[in-house]
Design a protein around this ligand. Structure first.
Ligand code: C2E
Ligand code: CA
Ligand code: CA
Length: 768
């Protein structure tokens, strides 16, 4: 049907054109040919499009306005050609004119709708481009066509208005055609092109007609009639052309065409400076430029937003540092450009940040993270890249670090930069960190490999409390194991798999047992005995510190009560985590445990380290004073490992100093260290504190400490940590330690004699 009708229309038009061309010389008289030809073609076009709307469901809404417009136009043509024209004095304007004019707004509607259908949904900038095109063409059109005609027009107001209405509508349509063309980015389908061509034919005919009326030489069956009817045929056909699905995105013309139109409008304004143009054109040209400026602003905003979202996606909001995504890109780039040169990656994790966050609140935590970010940043070279990975984890890409040793040097420098405390919300907070180092190509070749390995190294640094660790392939398996262990921890504590092993402290002169330290061991059903290095970090990270400490305390106090029954009367020492000291219920828990086992408070020593100052020192100090008031002994562990030890000493209500192994080990080899240790022993003595030297591994060290007058020593040479039963037996074999024994034996020989075999015996079960 579609084909039939449109072919018939086309054939009709060809016949009509041929007849018109032959003119008065042809076989058919020109008058009736015109009348009937024009009428048939316009009615045919109307019927064709009405059928299209009635029969085809797709895009019905697009074509409905045109159908109505063409019906109206057909009525106008029939009225004119068959009736009004033949009146003795045809009026102008006549009843046909409103019918004809109606096709313009309706056709306009179809044009706009079909552009929509052709391009899919459009962004604001595309609509602005379309508006620029429309306005600029309207400005040019009115300036070029309308003004000269208006200047020449004569006749009644209604006649002039009607005459003007046609070209005015035509200009608007042409503008819409151009606007639509721009909207679609020059990428339109056949249907739309025919629609546009039809309206352009109308425009040409109307302009010619207007000129001819102005010049008063209208000839029937002229070119105008051919153009009008041709336009109608095109409009009718366009409705039947297949419309492809809308294309997304923007076409090639999108960028240059709107600017061309804006320039044309500017050209018109410049022209106006020399040769005044009419007000309508001027207004339109100014509007074009105004819209072009809005478009420009919009573009700038859009670009900025795009840039911002791009930047935000790669920036950590809290610290303003680049984030994990940016790190991946930077690493990738560094590995690509580096040409095999060493690229270092540091993964930095803050120690005790969780507790800090829990006690001081998130606000303080955020402040710490920002301050740490700043500190680290200042300690780096400009070419190094610091990022925040998330949480309390940072990372650094070292573009040129020479080797993993070079990267390690930077890592140490970063740790140093954190040594100075941070003033946060009125208190001074100290925060340490653990750094893992991995280096390309030594430890990995891809960004993800390096990241994983630096992470493994960081965990090791955390567990071993060494501050910095380089990745070590031989350790990789163990760290994977550790991750698996973390998940079983809660259950293991509840099941009593984590138990205290006991390492004695003895008086180096008498060999008498002065105390014992409980050291946690996980007697894992599959993996055997695991040392604290393998599970403590996970305990702290999974918030299980309270559970673990209470479990060890309960067991240690119970065992201590057993020993007392055998006359072994010395205090048992239990290590605390920083988290225990920001737990306000802790002293109550301790009191409960002591009461349950009928233990005097002074038989319990709680070992603390200076890392309690990392979080909430005031709160920790209050708690320590309450424990002290209960009669519990307090011991400052790892004394000497931090530069601020002396400054902390006068604030802490401690009874004992444990001189760190790192000093003790060098007593025999380093004169200066020997002086430091001797002075520390002296210092403790003067302050009325007990002193314990940790990590005695050889006889020379033992003698040195004896000479220094150190009241207690602890170390592998005396005994390795051992299970409860082994320790109980060990303690009983040493008559010197019994409460009710006589004078002791020769100190050094007895201690060494007594300890040496046990050392070997317990190595297999208790070594860490
Ligand atoms: P620490 O409190 O400094 O404990 C002393 C560590 O030195 C123990 O390691 C012990 O086995 C080791 N050690 C003793 N004598 C020698 C020696 O002569 N030479 C050498 N090289 N090492 C010696 P361990 O048992 O692996 O414990 C490591 C750390 O884990 C402890 O350091 C302590 O801070 C922590 N820890 C142990 N048990 C617990 C616990 O129940 N709770 C908490 N919060 N921490 C614990
Ligand atoms: Ca300890
Ligand atoms: Ca220690």
């Amino acid at each position: 049907v579609a084909h039939g009708i449109s072919l018939a229309l086309l054939a009709g038009w060809v016949l009509f054109a041929a007849g018109a061309a032959l003119g008065s010389h042809g076989p058919v008289p020109v008058g009736p040919l015109n009348d009937w030809g024009m009428t048939l073609i316009s009615v045919g076009a109307a019927v064709s499009v009405v059928l299209r709307v009635a029969l085809v469901a797709t895009q019905r809404r697009v074509w409905a306005p045109l159908a109505a417009g063409l019906v109206s136009y057909g009525i106008g043509t029939a009225l004119w050609n068959l009736w009004i024209q033949h009146m003795p004095e045809p009026p102008f304007p006549s009843v046909a004119d409103p019918f004809w004019l109606a096709v313009y707004p309706l056709g306009y509607a179809t044009l706009v709708l079909s552009v929509r259908a052709c391009t899919g949904s459009l962004s604001a900038s595309v609509w602005l481009d379309g508006l620029i095109g429309t306005l600029s063409v309207a400005a040019l059109g009115t300036a070029l066509l309308l003004s000269p005609i208006v200047d020449d027009a004569t006749g009644s107001v209604a006649a002039v208005a009607t005459n003007l209405a046609y070209p005015l509508f035509d200009v608007l349509l042409a503008a819409a055609v151009v606007g639509g063309f721009v909207l679609a980015g020059g990428r339109l389908n056949r249907s739309w092109l025919m629609l546009a061509a039809g309206f352009i034919a109308f425009l040409a005919a109307d302009v010619l007609y207007l000129k001819s009326t102005v010049e008063a030489d209208y000839v029937t069956a002229s070119v105008e009639n051919l153009l009008w009817s041709g336009g109608l045929v095109l409009l009718a056909r366009s409705a039947w052309a297949p419309a492809p699905p809308p294309a997304s995105g923007r076409g090639r013309l999108a960028a240059p065409v709107p600017s061309m139109f804006a320039f044309a409008a500017v050209g018109l304004l410049v022209h106006d400076h020399f040769n005044k143009i009419d007000g309508v054109s001027l207004t339109l040209a100014v509007s074009t430029v105004a819209v072009a400026m809005i478009r420009l602003m919009h573009t700038v905003r859009e670009e900025r937003r795009l840039w911002d979202t791009g930047r935000l996606a790669r920036t950590d909001e809290l610290t303003g540092l680049p984030n994990r995504r940016a790190l991946a890109d930077a690493l990738e780039a560094a590995l690509d450009e580096g040409d095999g040169a060493a690229v270092g990656l540091l993964v930095i994790d803050l120690n005790g940040f969780k507790e800090l966050n829990d006690t001081l609140g998130h606000e303080a935590g955020d402040q710490v993270l920002r301050a740490v970010g700043l500190r680290l940043h200042e300690a780096l070279r400009p070419e190094d890249m610091l990022v925040r990975l998330g949480g309390d984890e940072f990372a650094v890409v070292l573009a040129e670090c020479g080797s993993s040793a070079g990267a390690e040097v930077v890592a140490i420098r970063l740790l140093r930069s954190l040594e100075q405390s941070f003033p946060i919300m009125g208190i001074s907070v100290q925060i340490g960190a653990s750094v893992g180092v991995a280096c390309h190509p030594e430890h990995g070749r891809t960004p993800s490999e390096l990241l994983k390995r630096a992470d493994v190294a960081m965990y090791r640094a955390k567990a071993a409390r060494t501050g910095v660790e380089r990745y070590d392939g031989s350790q990789d398996g163990r760290s994977a194991e550790r991750l698996a262990l973390a998940g079983q921890l809660g259950g293991a504590i509840a099941a009593g798999e984590i138990v205290p092993y006991y390492q004695p402290q003895v008086d180096p002169t008498t060999g008498r047992t002065t105390g014992v330290e409980a050291l946690a061991r996980w007697e894992h059903p599959l993996h055997g005995v695991l040392g604290p290095g393998q599970f403590l970090p996970a305990v702290e990270q999974s918030n299980l510190s309270r559970l673990l400490t209470l479990s060890i305390l309960e067991q240690a106090v119970a065992h201590c009560a057993e020993w007392r029954e055998d006359g072994l009367d010395f205090p048992v020492a239990v290590n605390l985590s920083a988290a225990n000291l920001v737990d306000d219920a802790f002293d109550g828990d301790v009191a409960g445990i002591l009461a349950r086992h009928g233990m005097p408070a002074d038989r319990l020593t709680l070992e603390i380290t200076e890392n309690i100052f990392l979080t909430d020192p005031e709160r920790a100090l209050t708690l320590l004073h309450r424990l002290k008031a209960m009669g519990v002994r307090l011991s400052l562990d790892d004394f000497g490992t931090r530069h601020s030890s002396l400054s902390h000493l006068d604030r802490l209500p401690v009874d004992e100093l444990k001189i760190d192994r790192s000093f003790v080990a060098e007593v025999t080899s380093d004169q200066r260290t020997a002086i430091i240790v001797a002075s520390t022993v002296e210092l403790a003595h003067r302050l009325g504190l007990h002193a314990v030297a940790e990590g005695i591994e050889d006889v020379g060290t033992w003698s040195s400490l004896t000479a220094m007058g150190c009241p207690a020593i602890q170390g592998y040479l005396v005994a390795r940590p051992m299970p409860h039963a082994a320790f109980h037996a060990w303690a009983l074999t040493r008559p010197a330690v019994r409460r009710a024994t006589g004078p002791s034996q020769s100190p050094s020989s007895s201690a060494i004699d007594g300890a040496a075999p046990l050392t070997r015996n317990t190595t297999s079960s208790a070594a860490t």
